[in-house]
Every structure is written in C-alpha cells, then in structure tokens.
Design a protein around this ligand. Sequence first.
Ligand code: F3S
Length: 405
Amino acid sequence: MFLTDEEKRLLDGAEGPGKQKAMEMLYALGLAFGAEKLIPIRRAHVALSGQEGDTYWCELLVQGGAKCAIPPTTNPYWDTDYLTKFFDVTREELDLAERTGDAYRRIGAKLTYHCAPGLSSNVPFFGEHVAFSESSATPYVNSVIGARTNRESSISALAAAVIGKTPYYGYHLDENRYGDLLIKVDADMRDCYDWGILGYCIGRIAGSRNPVIQFKNKQTPRPEDFLYFGAECATSGAVAMYHMVGITPEAPTVEKAFGGRKVPSAEAVITARDLEEEEERLTAETGDINLVMLGCPHYTYDQMLEVERLFAGRKVNPNVAFWILADSHAVELAERSHLRQRLELLGVRMVGNTCIDEPCWKSFEGGLGLTDSPKCAYYRKRRGQPFAIRRLSECIEAAIKGRLD
Ligand code: F3S
C-alpha cells in the first residue's frame, strides 16, 4: 500500500500517539483489504454507541493528543438530562454517558447525535468519497445519494475523521458498486413499514452482496422509505449498496446497475404473499404491552405528524409508555410548531439524541414492547425484552388498547 511521506510521518508518531494510532488503524485496514492508497475525505459519520469499547477508542486517541482533521457527525447515545427525569439509571451508566460526550467533544466531533445523517445532518453529494459508519446510514448514502463509503465501524470512521483520509478499496471503486444479484418484486409498497419488511426479506437473500431490485409496478419511495429499507437490509443481511432500477441514481437501467455485465436471471421474485409470510415470522408475540417505541432509525417531523393523524385525538392507555426517538432538530421543530405539546396531551413523548439500544430503557424489560421497526425489535430482544413489530397504524391502535391481539 502506497503511503505519502506525510502519511509515513504520522505512522511513525511524528504528531503524537493519538494520530499515530488512527493512522495505524487506517493502514491496517488498507492492507487487509488490498487498498492501493489512502484518499482524502471531507465528511465522516461516527456510530458513537455510548458503549465502553467505542468510548475507549475515542479516549485513547484524545489522550494521545488527536483532534479530528474533519469534524464527523455522530450517532446518538441517550439524552441524560431529559430521560433521567423518567427512568432510574445507575451512576455507572451516567458516568459512561458523560465520558462518551466528553471524549467526542474533545476530539472535535460535531455532536449531532442523529442516526440518519444522510437525510439532514450530514448529506454528501453524488460521487463524494466519505467514511460513514452506522448500518442504516451506509446503504442510504451509497445507494440513494450515490456517495461512496465502506461499511465503516465507529473505530475506523473516527480514525478517518482524525486523519481526513480513508483507504481506497471496496465501495469507493466502481467495480464493487455494481449489482451482484437480481431480485424482482411483484408487490406494492404502502408505507415505511412495507419498505422495512421488504428490506428485511432482501437482506436475508443478499447477505453482503449488492442486490438489484426491479419492481413490476412503479414505486415512488420517500426518503424515510429508503431509510427503512436500507436499515432492514443491513439488519437481516449486511447490505451496504443496493440498486432500484429506474429509481436510484446508479441504476437508470438494469444493464447499468450491473455495470454492463450480463444481467443474471432473477434469484428471487418477492410477492405480497412473501412479505406477509416474512411479517408473520417477525411478529409472533401478542399480549399486554408496556411500551411503544418508534424512531429506529430516527423519525422525521413528517413521521411524527403521521402519528398525530393516526391517533385522531384518542389517548395512549395509562399502562403504556409511548416514545418517539427523533433527530433533535425535528424535536425542536415539533416544539416550535406545538406538535410536541399536542402529542404529549395524547400521552406520546418524544426525545432527541437517543438510541433504542441504551440502558435508559431497561425499566421496560419485564414486559412486551411494540415497534414498527424490525431493527428496533432485533436490538431490544438482544437486551432481553420481547418485542413485537407492527405497521404504525396497528402500533397506535395497540397503544390505545394497551394490548396487542
Ligand atoms: Fe438509530 Fe439506534 Fe436504531 S442508532 S438506527 S436508534 S439502533
């Protein structure tokens, strides 16, 4: 792997152990994946998780004197000021949250605490080389925007932000962006939820390959639909790049999506019945619920408006907590527009800067939770809480009844 004199200097520790560690990380990644060189970037997104391993890495770089050459945006952890009013948390959990914020502040990150950066807080342009972590953000940035990023970890994305460069391999190169398999879809998508279920289905088939999706009928996904689709492709599989023929920018035709190579015959044809079966597999649990959790990935203002519309003035059952997690700008906008106040009167709370996979939600772990996102259910189940998945309208009906039938 070629290194410039300046890069060799950093690797030798000429600018301190923090930058040296970051450079070692990029160099090791480049060697492992056969990169010919590092390329400059102006944008990064770090999937700060608020968990010990990620925080340790950031602290290690900070203690070694590192500062970001380009300020990366960050994923959420949890809003300690707001949520400690509602939930019991331990001193240890608070200490880790404080250490995390402190370390990322000191390294020079832009603390957006938002997990859908490609929608608003960090939007690259077509063809731009970037280093984005967060499994739902990378397919969005690659496929919908046409920018170029590998599936970075929080560790490699932070190293890239410190150096301002990333190894030139994988999805940065044309030949790795073309389609690997063709999937035909003979079903119509009504809302985000359908896109999420389709994504879950396709992720299972594609694994880490690039699926090319061809719809029988014309579809017009919104940004939130793309986001949900990509999030689920990256949950059941490890998809970082997909094409939708006639929809996403690198797939004006099926031939272009495959880079001019022979178009393979369809590996699967997904019908409405297949989506129903996928949904049945994912959503078996029923019974009394203690929590409805929306916003994984973070909800937009428009999605919160949809929640209000579906409640139609009815209220959340007193035995249920109803939380929407959102971009803090969307929360602020909701406050200014009095949407937040109107939703609170119905029993719906919203919080910015927060992820579903954080210790602040542990008080619900004894009961059944409900969400519209398979990704949310996947992570909550890993923490030991049973979770059901339903369309948003059904989540709201269950929240009013206090029960999922
Ligand atoms: Fe966002 Fe956390 Fe879900 S980072 S996508 S709310 S797992």
